[in-house]
Design a protein around this ligand. Structure first.
Ligand SMILES: [Zn+2]
Length: 473
């Protein structure tokens, strides 16, 4: 067969591709459960976007299916084998400060603008045209190709959960919802609590008593604020002076005041995503660091000492005994997203641990339990997302790498990340685009855009990827 010029095929369809994307960008497909109905469980905007894609599929002769109004697919080809691209048409709210209309689909200086342009409507339409080109050319393929459309990626993944409860799992697939070249490894993510034992009693008559402590609300964020309430019976001025010195030395922002007879200490840190705690300054841990230098009551000190011993200045779990490095996927990391303390409930740490595929979570948890016990803490409320990993020699990766290298003339380095992509919901799936290396990531930001050039490059990559993956090995 003659060699197919994938880029040329995309260019022939450039105008309709852009128009179809503009139509999709003009739908405000933001989750809205206040107008939810059975036909539109996530709101009418999201539903309209799903229907828009299904209508495109009908127009161009694909087999289409709406799956519970939460997801859907377009299909072509025949055979037992199934390969798929997993996309989503829901978007996060537009937010403020846009220079262009967030739902206008405007084109300026070679970029197409709009909420969802890069996440994930642009890549979705690129994948759609990739599939359409394979169909238009009537290429002989051995497997069925599906474009799966989710509508709840930005919040609870109810789309893919429902979809895969009811529909067949593809043999292989990719999600055009992250970065090129190929993301083949995503860390496991375990959230759990360390809770202070109930039988720790508060010491009577201490000079300083920790009444309460609060920092952070989310496991996966570094807290940027912490607050401790103290009952200080003696030497109050001296302690407040020490707090001032501490703030000054550490170059932090903080304050103190008296409220209902108690002294309140507040400290500010720097927020960051929990996937790399070292990118932030954990206000809770820093405040614990200060409290460890003054003599507070025994139960309060047990909480503070645990914070300092296990976590202060250590995001790698060394003191918990779970330090682990993986050549490809990096370190185990632990983010202390939540810290609370009061007399009734005792202390609690809400932790977000991210770990590579070569780390045993069961063994790690046992080590953490033993270490925590020494400080009178117990592990509870564990939730876990397993690592997602497709080995480099898997045929899926081999084929995608070949396609990428052929079309871009650049080496396709495999990426390992600490976050999670949509590809996780596929049994054998990787993230494949559509943000090219070196491009700024404008997803979820104001004036979100995709370079038209990248949109077309992505479509050509997806066309060839579908084709190659749909051939028998
Ligand atoms: Zn996305």
């Amino acid at each position: 067969m003659a060699k197919i010029d994938w880029k040329q095929e995309v260019h022939k369809r450039k105008n309709e591709l852009i128009q179809d994307l503009q139509g999709l960008l003009r739908i405000r497909s933001v989750l809205n459960e206040t107008n939810a109905t059975e036909e539109a469980p996530l709101g009418t905007g999201v539903k309209k976007a799903l229907e828009y894609l299904l209508d495109l599929g009908k127009r161009d002769g694909f087999l289409i299916k709406n799956v519970g109004n939460l997801a859907g697919h377009l299909e072509m080809g025949s055979g037992d084998g199934l390969i798929a691209a997993l996309c989503h048409v829901d978007v996060v709210p537009e937010g403020d400060g846009w220079i262009v209309d967030p739902f206008g689909g405007e084109i300026r200086e070679g970029r197409i603008y709009g909420r969802g342009a890069i996440d994930d409507k642009g890549p979705t339409i690129a994948a759609y045209y990739g599939m359409k080109i394979v169909r238009d050319l009537g290429l002989p393929i051995d497997k069925r190709i599906r474009l799966i459309i989710g509508t709840d990626e930005e919040s609870k993944w109810r789309c893919v959960n429902h979809y895969f409860e009811n529909e067949e799992m593809p043999d292989r697939g990719f999600a055009p919802d992250a970065d090129f070249p190929v993301i083949h490894a995503e860390k496991g993510i375990a959230d759990f609590d360390l809770k202070q034992n109930r039988n720790s009693l508060r010491e009577k008559g201490a000079k300083i008593t920790l009444i309460s402590f609060f920092s952070g609300r989310r496991y996966n964020m570094v807290p940027d604020y912490a607050r401790a309430v103290l009952d200080i019976q003696q030497e109050q001025t001296e302690i407040l002076q020490q707090f001032n010195d501490f703030i000054y030395r550490q170059e932090l922002t903080g304050r103190y005041y008296v409220e209902s007879g108690y002294v309140v200490l507040e400290l500010e840190g720097i927020s960051a995503h929990g996937m790399e705690p070292d990118h932030g300054k954990n206000a809770g841990l820093l405040l614990a660091g200060f409290l460890s230098t003054i003599k507070i009551d025994r139960k309060g000190m047990e909480f503070i000492k645990a914070a300092v011993h296990f976590f202060l200045g250590d995001s790698r779990g060394r003191a918990l005994g779970v330090q682990h490095k993986d050549e490809q996927m990096g370190d185990v990391t632990i983010n202390v997203g939540i810290m609370t303390y009061n007399d009734e409930d005792g202390g609690r740490f809400g932790l977000n641990m991210r770990y590579p595929a070569s780390f045993s979570l069961d063994e790690g948890m046992e080590k953490i339990m033993r270490a925590a016990e020494e400080f009178h803490f117990q592990v509870s409320d564990i939730s876990n997302l397993k690592p997602h990993y497709v080995p480099a020699d898997d045929i899926l990766i081999q084929k995608l790498v070949k396609v990428y290298e052929q079309q871009t003339n650049e080496k396709a380095e495999l990426l390992a990340i600490s976050g999670g992509t949509y590809a996780r919901s596929l049994q054998s799936g990787v993230a494949f685009g559509a943000l090219f290396p070196g491009r700024p990531d404008v997803a979820h930001q104001k004036d979100e855009y995709m370079e038209l050039e990248d949109l077309l490059r992505a479509a050509a990559l997806y066309a060839q990827a579908f084709y190659e993956l749909a051939l028998d090995e």
